[in-house]
Design a protein around this ligand. Structure first.
Ligand SMILES: Nc1ncnc2c1ncn2[C@@H]1O[C@H](COP(=O)(O)OP(=O)(O)OP(=O)(O)O)[C@@H](O)[C@H]1O
Ligand SMILES: [Mg+2]
Length: 504
């Protein structure tokens, strides 16, 4: 009797013989080039004649580079990893791959770099697939107009500069004016709105990114957020590709039919990283030393924001790019480019910030070109000509400083204006629902706050919002997108007035 061991051995030998018979040595053709120069985030490589534009190149030690500039003298490469250990003369091989990034549900709650590797020390990323960083934007016929609101929870924005899902709204302002705060508050406000978020930090200090991540984590917002990071001391190549990686990650969710919000913080640093790369690679500089295609790098990025038709997945990608202005100059090169690419802008003024009028949104210079169509109809009844009235008030206030003798009507106008200003103030992470916003704005329009001391305004606002619990039916109608009738407005005014009795 043959033992079971010898049967097993026989079978194994048979399989081995079969495999050996079919297997032959195969030639693997690999083009190998050499580094001529490496340093300051770039490398020059020679000997890879057939390399294609934007192809990934593999350097010793697993470091990757992007074939950026191809000319007769060689290839200019943007380094995407730590190149300290590389030297002239080292070998470089082609990978036949373009840049790609991991996408999928597994990325939610994680901090990743633009190449799709984890940066939070929480182990490898469980990703669904890898997708190329650069994709063409959806065609016009695949898009739907913006019609659903994206609530930021910030009164002055939701009421006066409303944003819709699929819109591109620029946030701009000088340094330290609360740009990041607006974007982060918006992400935190999506906790019950079914919107997934991608926060892309470009060229920031590690400590700033850490504080944003900590804030998101504390508020439970990381559950539905992916953070893509290329820090200021990462090579410029990595900073340059970061927003495209963030968009690819967001597009995956959009194609699953989800609504996604992407924040690019900020594109000024992105443009600077691209300028650095271009100058190092000796591309001809243009205005402000930026290369000629600087408009194109931002337009092809933001064109990918859209709302898709049902056939394409039915999701949306809302983009909130941030840029930093210098000395309030909105007419500089990068700000004007981005203002012309986006569907509106929210301008944060250092003057208002210094006066403590936070968020420091300058209403006269902010606009939303498509969001108005997506705004809940209830807002229309209470916002009316608030923008114009507020602009008139600020002018009147400046003028009235010259004289003390004012007639009653003017004094009343100033009084109301100050209350409106107080109502538009809002702390960080103190979001208000749409219904609360409508209620508060209605109350101020009706003059209910006129007699309340400015120091009591915050308390009064809270009282009015709490009183809303008495009118669940109207609240539901506002959220459901119905128009408010005269009777509803009167009912709102009545309970607001009642709630304020103890403060007056
Ligand atoms: N609504 C607000 N209420 C209170 N404080 C705020 C508000 N918005 C912003 N701040 C504070 O203002 C400071 C600057 O905010 P933030 O970092 O968002 O500005 P930034 O414009 O992004 O700055 P940077 O130019 O450095 O990126 C922070 O300390 C922040 O806490
Ligand atoms: Mg910031």
């Amino acid at each position: 009797m043959m033992s079971s061991y010898s049967i097993l051995l026989d079978e194994t030998l048979q399989v081995l013989r079969q495999t050996m018979a079919t297997m032959g040595p195969q030639l693997l053709l690999q083009q190998v080039g050499k580094i001529v120069y490496v340093g300051r985030g770039i490398a020059r490589v020679q000997g890879l004649d057939t390399v294609r534009s934007e192809e990934l190149l593999a350097f010793p030690g697993g470091v990757l580079g992007l074939a950026f500039d191809i000319d007769s003298r060689g290839i200019g490469v943007a380094m995407l990893g730590d190149y300290d250990a590389l030297h002239a003369g080292d070998e470089v091989v082609r990978t036949d791959r373009v840049l790609d990034v991991a996408v999928g549900e597994g990325l939610l709650g994680r901090v990743v770099d633009p190449l799709g590797q984890a940066r939070d020390g929480a182990g490898p990323l469980p990703y669904h697939e890898r997708r190329p960083l650069e994709r063409s934007a959806p065609a016009i016929m695949e898009r739907l107009p913006v019609s659903e609101p994206l609530f930021t929870g910030i009164k002055v924005i939701d009421a006066l500069v409303p944003i819709g899902r699929g819109q591109r709204e620029l946030i701009l302002g000088d340094r330290q004016t609360g740009k990041t705060a607006v974007a982060v508050d918006t992400i935190i406000n999506q906790h019950d709105k079914g919107v997934l978020c991608v926060y892309c930090a470009i060229g920031q200090r590690a400590s700033s990114v850490a504080s944003v991540v900590a804030q998101l984590r504390e508020k439970g917002a990381m559950d539905y957020t992916v953070v893509v990071v290329a820090e200021g001391d990462d090579p410029p190549g990595q900073q340059y590709i970061a927003p495209y990686a963030a968009t690819t990650i967001a597009e995956y969710f959009m194609e699953q039919g989800r609504d996604v919000l992407v924040v690019y913080d900020d594109l000024t640093r992105h443009a600077r990283a691209y300028r650095e790369l271009s100058l190092l690679l000796r591309r001809p500089p243009g205005r402000e030393a930026f290369p000629g295609d600087i408009f194109y790098i931002h337009s092809r990025l933001l064109e990918r924001a859209t709302r898709l038709k049902e056939q394409g997945g039915g999701g949306s990608l809302t983009a909130l790019p941030i840029i930093e202005t210098e000395a309030q100059n909105l007419a500089a090169y990068i700000p004007t480019n981005l203002i012309s690419i986006t569907d509106g802008q929210i301008y944060l003024s250092p003057g208002l910030f210094q006066k403590g009028q936070l968020p420091a949104v300058d209403i006269t210079r902010s606009v939303s070109r498509v969001g108005g169509k997506a705004q809940l109809p209830a807002y229309r009844a209470v916002v009316g000509d608030l923008r114009l009235a507020y602009a008139q008030f600020t002018e009147l206030e400046a003028f009235s400083r010259f004289g003390t003798r004012l007639d009653d009507a003017t004094r009343q106008l100033l009084n109301r204006g100050r209350r409106v200003r107080a109502v538009l103030k809002q702390g960080q992470c103190a979001s208000r629902t749409a219904v609360e916003q409508v209620m508060v704005l209605h109350a101020v329009n009706c003059g209910l706050f006129d007699e309340i001391a400015e120091s009591d305004m915050a308390r009064a606002e809270n009282q009015v919002c709490e009183a809303l619990a008495l009118l669940p039916e109207i609240s539901a109608r506002i959220e459901g997108g119905e128009k408010l009738e005269e009777d509803d407005l009167r009912a709102l005014q009545k309970i607001a007035a009642d709630s304020l009795k103890e403060i007056l």
